[in-house]
Design a protein around this ligand. Structure first.
Ligand SMILES: Nc1ncnc2c1ncn2[C@@H]1O[C@H](COP(=O)(O)OP(=O)(O)OP(=O)(O)O)[C@@H](O)[C@H]1O
Length: 311
């Protein structure tokens, strides 16, 4: 379990994290979401004792990180996958970490096996692809068999296969009863990976809820209808205050409506329907809307980015 209580971090006059409280529970993947500059990395660094809070506190397994007797056995983290001496082999890197943390050396081969790097264990880590480096970073996080795991933007720059592997791996760790916190700025990716979300913007909490709840609440539903009597139906719907768009002669898009409402109005008026389907808004679009006030550096082309992702 990770518990943040009114966590605040200031750098001079800059408030990076402001009065942030949340709880991360074991047994599920929790996504830590927010636009660039929202304060995710700063929060993760405070959880790991790498940065001291200006005020407030964060507890890992009931204690501040600095008070943990064997930190690597309690919490493992992937913060920077390239944090490895390029001339060292994967195995040598992990052995060095194990030795300096009093972890039995046999654990090195175990974690290499877990992340699928056994075959390349003796190769120079400097020659690893980004995906392999991420796996090595995850192996390092797992060395102490910790109950709590933190991953900072683990899928950044990975190909779809790498993303899929990390997603499944994190879900497997949570299924073993571990606490898994993973940061990302992509809602569509997190909605596939995490059961629970903590959403922040400008260092402040926007939401903590299940992913399903967030997605339901965030994206506006509309109803798509096709009918040979589209014009007639359009008049009936606008008469009842629905906002209706008509992309072509036979198609209507009814905003903020349920398919039951539209279907029943059509049935009562004897209107033939060829299609009646609920359309969910793009998740990324909804997420950007919700956090737009919280984006540090607005760009004019934010709208274009919003249309690229979605579920
Ligand atoms: N050492 C520092 N000194 C001054 N300001 C900092 C420092 N570290 C972070 N900040 C500022 O604090 C804010 C939060 O940064 P942080 O890196 O935690 O955000 P983030 O959500 O992880 O963003 P990203 O996804 O871009 O990494 C930003 O405005 C950043 O510029």
């Amino acid at each position: 379990m990770i518990e943040a209580d009114r966590l605040t971090k200031r750098y001079g006059s800059k408030v990076a994290v402001n009065d942030l409280s949340f709880t991360v529970k074991p047994g599920r993947v929790t996504g830590f979401l927010g636009p660039n500059g929202a304060g995710k990395s700063t929060t993760m660094r405070m959880i790991l004792g790498l940065d001291r809070p200006t005020s407030g506190a964060v507890l890992v397994d009931g204690r501040p990180y600095r008070e943990l007797k064997q930190p690597l056995r309690t919490v493992g983290a992937l913060i920077d996958a390239k944090w490895v001496h390029p001339n060292r082999s994967a195995q040598a890197h992990l052995k060095w970490l194990a030795r300096s943390n009093d972890i039995p050396l046999r654990r090195v081969d175990e974690v290499l096996e877990m992340v699928g790097l056994s075959q390349v264990a003796r190769r120079r880590a400097g020659g690893f692809s980004l995906g392999m480096s991420q796996r090595l970073g995850i192996a390092a996080a797992l060395l102490g068999d910790p109950k709590i795991l933190l991953f900072d933007e683990p899928v950044n720059g990975l190909d779809p296969e790498g993303i899929h592997w990390i997603r499944r791996f994190m879900q497997g760790l949570a299924a073993e009863g571990r606490t898994v916190l993973v940061s990302s700025h992509l809602l569509s990716e997190m909605s596939l990976t995490a059961e629970e979300l903590i959403v922040i913007g400008r260092g402040e909490l926007i939401a903590q809820c299940s992913t399903d709840e967030f997605v339901e609440g965030a994206s506006n539903a509309s109803v798509r209808v096709r009918s040979p009597q589209a014009q007639e139906l359009r008049q009936l719907l606008t008469g009842q205050e629905f906002v209706v768009q008509q992309p072509d002669r036979e198609t209507l898009l009814v905003g903020d409506a349920g398919s039951e409402q539209v279907g029943e109005i059509a049935a009562r008026n004897g209107i033939v329907l060829h299609e009646l389907s609920l359309q969910r808004g793009s998740l990324e679009e909804a997420f950007m809307q919700l956090t737009s006030q919280a984006v540090e550096y607005q760009t004019d082309f934010g709208g274009a980015a919003a249309t690229t992702a979605g579920k």
